[in-house]
Design a protein around this ligand. Structure first.
Ligand code: CP3
Length: 358
């Protein structure tokens, strides 16, 4: 099988990939969701000069901000700087990032007739800048740590496309599920197929692990999760595998992270993903009992714990890591790091994870 499609530098730190495949590690690997972001003054500097999506679309800028946290902290992975909302953009929707507000869609999907406006054909061709950033980043990393690619899951993307931005209730998207069931399915299928193309492109460009962000699982019931999330996340994994195998390309490990999906850990562990990401509401010991020994768990410190004293943070991090144990575990927060987090806390979190079993 073809291992890599490009001539990339040799990987020096493979703890993340070892943990994902269940091999023993010398110490627990750690990275942080949103590790490139507003809590870093150097990120703010870049954002003063450039619009958020301009950073995403310009490989040099995307690589620069991807690199920023790695210069400061002893992280075991990098994640390409981008956003889950580049997929709705590639489908022809306008998405703006408003400071202090978040993402805004001036023209969200109102009812099913709006689906015909989506430019589905060859949507991935409008995302080549992500692949370019990934390839450039693999060279810039010089094998320091692996590079993670990502996508939003279909339900989470559908939510943003219908709500027109963040929502406290997802009431409009849930209205679609109830009242436009067939159209909702069509939309979820469309997103699934774009995501498979997008992940294929990311792997070919050099992504070494892939994470699916189902960040809006917390708005739906366990029953709805089984209908609108699990089957599509499974299809993403299975279709991507087939697609890569047919071209002789080795698959990369995959992470499913469903914020609020703690009610369905068993089901998530049966999707064929190597790693299940946990939010902070789930107890590590319970999670391990539910998923069994053959899945790698990732997570799950409450991002708010980074606002506590350094001593408290150390203790909470140690307690967490000890509960998860050294093997089949990737340390992370239970959701993205928040903008006012003290930089010192990030350093404490990373070094505490690394020293946990010394
Ligand atoms: C739901 C979601 C989005 N984007 C993402 C998710 C899933 C993860 C999660 O649940 O947090 C994923 C994402 N967004 C961003 C990354 C970059 C890679 C990383 O360092 O983790 C990743 C992995 C950059 C970003 N994406 C965004 C920022 C901040 C925007 C800015 O610079 O103004 C960053 C660094 C903006 C964004 N993008 C999105 C929202 C809701 C917001 C606004 C909220 C916020 O500002 O934190 C959509």
């Amino acid at each position: 099988m073809v291992q890599e499609t490009k001539d990339f530098p040799t990987l020096k730190n493979d703890r993340l990939l070892k943990a994902a495949s269940g091999e023993p590690v010398d110490r627990v690997p750690v990275w942080v969701m949103r590790q490139a972001g507003r809590y870093l003054p150097e990120f703010q500097e870049v954002r003063k000069e450039h619009d958020f999506f301009e950073v995403c679309r310009t490989p040099e800028l995307a690589c620069e901000v991807t690199m920023q946290p790695l210069r400061r902290f002893d992280l075991d992975a990098s994640i390409i700087f981008s956003d889950i909302l580049v997929i709705p953009q590639a489908l022809g929707m306008v998405v703006e990032m408003k400071p202090g507000v978040g993402p805004v869609f001036p023209e969200p999907l109102i009812d099913p007739k709006d689906l015909s406006k989506l430019q589905v054909e060859n949507a991935v061709s409008r995302l080549t800048y992500v692949g370019d950033a990934i390839t450039m980043m693999r060279h810039k990393l010089d094998g320091k740590v692996p590079l993670i690619g990502f996508t939003g899951a279909p339900w989470t993307l559908m939510g943003y496309m219908i709500e027109g931005g963040g929502s406290k209730t997802m009431s409009k998207a849930k209205y679609w599920l109830e009242n436009y069931a067939e159209d909702s399915k069509n939309l979820l299928n469309t997103l699934t197929s774009v995501i498979v193309d997008y992940f294929e492109m990311q792997v070919k460009a050099g992504a070494q692990m892939l994470q699916v962000f189902e960040s809006s699982a917390d708005y739906i019931t366990k029953e709805q999760f089984a209908l609108v999330s699990l089957p599509y996340c499974k299809q993403i994994r299975d279709k991507l595998r087939d697609r890569l195998a047919s071209q002789g390309i080795e698959p990369v490990p995959m992470v499913i992270y469903a914020k609020g999906g703690g009610h369905s850990l068993k089901e998530q562990s049966q999707l064929g993903y190597e790693v299940v990401g946990l939010d902070w509401t789930i107890d590590p010991t319970e999670a391990r009992n539910i998923v069994g020994p053959k899945i790698t768990l990732q997570g799950n410190l409450d991002p708010q714990d980074l606002y506590k004293s350094q001593d408290e943070l150390k203790q909470l991090t140690l307690d967490m890591v000890k509960k998860f144990g050294k093997d089949r575990y990737i340390a992370n927060l239970g959701h993205g790091i928040t903008p006012a987090t003290p930089i010192e806390s990030m350093a404490t979190f990373v070094s505490t994870v690394h020293s946990a079993f010394e």
